[in-house]
Design a protein around this ligand. Structure first.
Ligand code: ATP
Ligand code: MG
Length: 723
């Protein structure tokens, strides 16, 4: 009999990992082999069997969603809620530490987190202020530079300019950026990590406190930690802490954001005597899917080398569909989804994965037309929408007048007669006096501005003061509601006729409900409003995940890491898109893309579809591409082609009229119509055939008419002339 249910449903290797002695451990294992499961069971084991207090555990995962899942799984295993257990992302945990120790960290108590969009605006304003030629200095590149340095743990003073003028200039931008942030109490994502590291490094007592407290450090997705995250972990562990990290070198996909898979090797050096456990049995996918994944990843050099196997079934072949264009691809995916849902499967068990966020739009349109509920993770997320950020900016200002980002965002929104010139005056005053925009506004309103402009500025400032005054003591959601009301944003968006304005107003209402359902953590030592605002900023980096509705999941392959679904579609496997154009030039880049492909394939439990399009319109450009080289890396015996590529016509006039044999039916074949064929319709004029479906009397074609737009027509009535 087992001592505890915690050890049930674990294989020998997993059990060995879960019950390993209190010494550093590295679990290195392929996708779906139970790494996350081992981590959860380890936490439960420590608490339940080893008698370790939940307070002494620190668990780090990659997303907030994964963190929530981990907590609930531990609670299920233990059968009791675990409070005081720190589980979160590196960013979330760093944020928590900084809130507790803002003084030691040199931050104002009400410091605000800015997301990468805010950060970019701030940099743009900085460049403007410095009167820098922004064609020579691209704000995005400066942002990239600053974050890259922070990820490596470097402040401007630490960076060697290598005697290069350009580099010196970048360092100086970094320096100015830092000053603005410090003045406004603004903290970007990379700064969270860097400061959390510094606050421990520079405060011996604090460090001792946390070292005593966190005896066990559990880390999931260890292969994707960057330098500063690793340093933080290393510091926290000291000589006595027990790090327990799990990862997969084949799934390292964030090198471009500073992640270093080398930490896996480094770990074994930094913590001598590390227990290394390998897991190779996979519990997620069919043997066919695993064979495909193994074959693809075997094309990478420098691997630690693992081969996944399962004692489950062979499973069905991987289906590859060659679409004519991105709409044909979407139609295909939706057709298959429909069948799947009709068979009684849950929608949430199906995922559509793509390389680039921009691919989601066409898929979304298809899903909307088909009335299939879906959710996009990592698209334009709720907290990133303009109107939400406007409302949050008002709220932020009520909490911290020196928040320049927020100030600039709403100083003239809704329009209140504060022109660009006035704002420019404030900026120069703020620069000259090293103060915030708020203070600058006050100063120039009383001294420098003419009557009208001064009035406008004063009105704005008293509005913010009034918001702050009238919301004292209100519940969080009433606060949010009242501030939105006073801001008159709703009236402002009402002028925005049509759906867009309406959606914005609905979203503002949704913000109030978000505040209502927000549960402040009693352990946090900040006001519910500040906590809500921080939550909004951190959440903006992720999904609008509300799990209550059963819906199909759409996300990039990056965000799919760690997840699993019975049915997976990988879309857009075309050279140039995936592997991405940028990456094919160098081996490292290509290998990282291949690991991403490995991550994608191994998300699938039973059924995997891979699709690619011959022609794709993306970012307003038409591209003609070859199928991804990764498709060719999957051995033929595991693959079933749904439509042989050679029979798909290219949309060129000179192309011979190749007939299209579709899986859905052969509408075109009956009258010799092909995709890309130019046709003429009496009423609608000239157009091009985009798509066809159905058979016989029901055959329909989709035609893109030059003047009349896209229409579906029943072939037997349409009387199309071939051109
Ligand atoms: P990834 O690398 O994708 O993050 P992972 O190694 O973390 O994968 P898990 O998500 O922990 O893998 O496990 C994959 C699936 O296999 C899960 O559904 C898990 O519950 C199941 N599983 C793992 N180990 C066992 C086991 N011993 N018995 C039954 N099911 C298991
Ligand atoms: Mg996992």
């Amino acid at each position: 009999m087992d001592v505890t249910p915690i050890l049930e449903n674990l294989n020998d290797a997993q059990r060995q990992a879960v019950t390993a002695p209190s010494e550093p451990a590295l679990i290195i294992a392929g996708a779906g082999s139970g790494k996350t499961r081992v981590l959860v069971h380890r936490a439960a084991w420590l608490i339940d069997v080893e008698g370790v207090s939940p307070q002494s555990l620190l668990a780090v995962t990659f997303t907030n969603k994964a963190a929530a899942q981990m907590r609930s799984r531990i609670e299920t295993l233990l059968n009791v809620p675990v409070q005081h257990l720190w589980i979160g992302t590196f960013h979330g945990l760093a944020h928590r530490m900084l809130r507790r120790h803002w003084r030691e960290a040199g931050l104002p108590q009400n410091f605000q987190i800015i997301d990468s969009d805010d950060q970019l605006r701030l940099i743009k304003r900085l460049l403007k202020g410095l009167e820098v030629d922004d064609s020579r200095w691209v704000p995005k590149e400066i942002q990239w530079f600053i974050n890259g340095q922070k990820d490596e743990g470097l402040r401007p003073k630490h960076i060697d300019d290598e005697n290069e003028p350009d580099r010196r200039q970048l360092i100086s931008f970094y320096q100015s950026y830092e000053e603005i942030c410090q003045r406004g109490g603004l903290v970007d994502f990379a700064e969270l990590l860097l400061r959390a590291h510094e606050v421990l490094r520079d405060n011996t007592e604090l460090l001792e406190h946390y070292r005593r407290r966190f005896q066990h450090l559990l880390v999931d997705e260890f292969q994707d930690t960057n330098a500063i995250q690793y340093a933080w972990l290393r510091l926290l562990a000291g000589d006595k802490g027990v790090p327990f990290v799990v990862g997969d070198d084949d799934q390292s996909i964030y090198r471009w954001r500073g992640a270093r898979v080398e930490h896996i090797h480094r770990f074994q050096k930094d913590f001598p005597g590390t227990h290394v456990v390998k897991l190779e049995q996979n519990y997620r996918s069919t043997q066919t899917i695993l064979n495909a994944a193994n074959a693809v990843i075997s094309n990478n050099g420098s691997r630690m080398g693992k081969n996944l196997w399962t004692d489950g079934t062979e499973g069905e072949a991987i289906k590859i569909y060659s679409a004519y264009n991105e709409r044909d691809e979407a139609d295909f995916v939706i057709g298959r989804l429909r069948d799947w849902i009709a068979q009684g499967h849950a929608r949430a068990d199906a995922a559509i994965l793509y390389r680039s966020n921009a691919q989601s739009r066409v898929l979304e349109e298809g899903l909307i037309n088909a009335r299939i509920p879906y959710r996009v993770y990592g698209g334009l997320r709720f907290f990133e929408r303009a109107e939400i950020k406007d409302a949050l900016a008002y709220l932020r200002l009520t909490s911290n007048r020196d928040d320049d980002s927020s100030f600039e965002r709403i100083v003239n929104k809704p329009t209140r007669g504060i022109g660009a010139r006035t704002v420019e005056m404030m900026r120069s005053y703020a620069r000259a006096n090293a103060c915030s925009m708020w203070r600058a506004a006050g100063a120039i309103a009383s001294d420098d501005l003419n009557g009208r402009a001064a009035n406008a500025v004063n009105t704005f400032m008293s509005l913010v003061e009034r918001m702050a005054r009238e919301t004292v003591g209100l519940e969080l959601h009433d606060k949010v509601d009242h501030v939105i009301h006073l801001s008159t944003l709703v009236d402002f968006f009402k002028k925005d006729k049509g759906e867009k304005g309406e959606t914005r107003i609905e979203n503002l209402a949704e913000l109030v409900s978000a505040a209502k359902s927000f549960e402040p953590d009693p352990a946090e030592e900040m006001s519910p409003l500040d906590e809500f605002l921080s939550h909004a900023a951190l959440e903006a980096g992720e999904g609008q995940a509300d799990a209550w509705e059963d819906c199909v999941q759409l996300m990039t392959m990056h965000s799919a890491k760690g997840l699993e679904f019975p049915l997976v579609f990988m879309c857009g496997l075309e050279d140039g898109l995936f592997p991405h154009q940028r990456s094919v030039a160098d081996v490292n880049g290509l290998e990282e893309e291949r690991r991403l492909c490995y991550v994608g394939i191994t998300r699938a439990m039973q059924t995997l579809y891979i699709t690619h399009a011959e022609q794709r319109r993306l970012h307003g450009m038409d591209n003609f591409s070859q199928p991804s080289r990764f498709i060719a890396e999957i051995p033929n015996e595991h693959v079933e082609e749904i439509r042989p590529r050679v029979q798909v016509a290219r949309p060129m006039r000179s192309a011979p009229p190749v007939q299209r044999r579709t899986a859905i039916g052969g509408a075109g074949s009956e009258i010799g119509i092909r995709l890309g064929q130019r046709v003429h319709h009496k009423k609608f004029g000239d157009g091009v055939i985009l798509n066809c479906e159905g058979q016989g009397a029901h055959a329909r074609v989709e035609v893109n008419f030059e003047s009349a737009g896209t229409k579906w027509l029943v072939l037997s009535y349409a009387n199309l002339d071939l051109m």
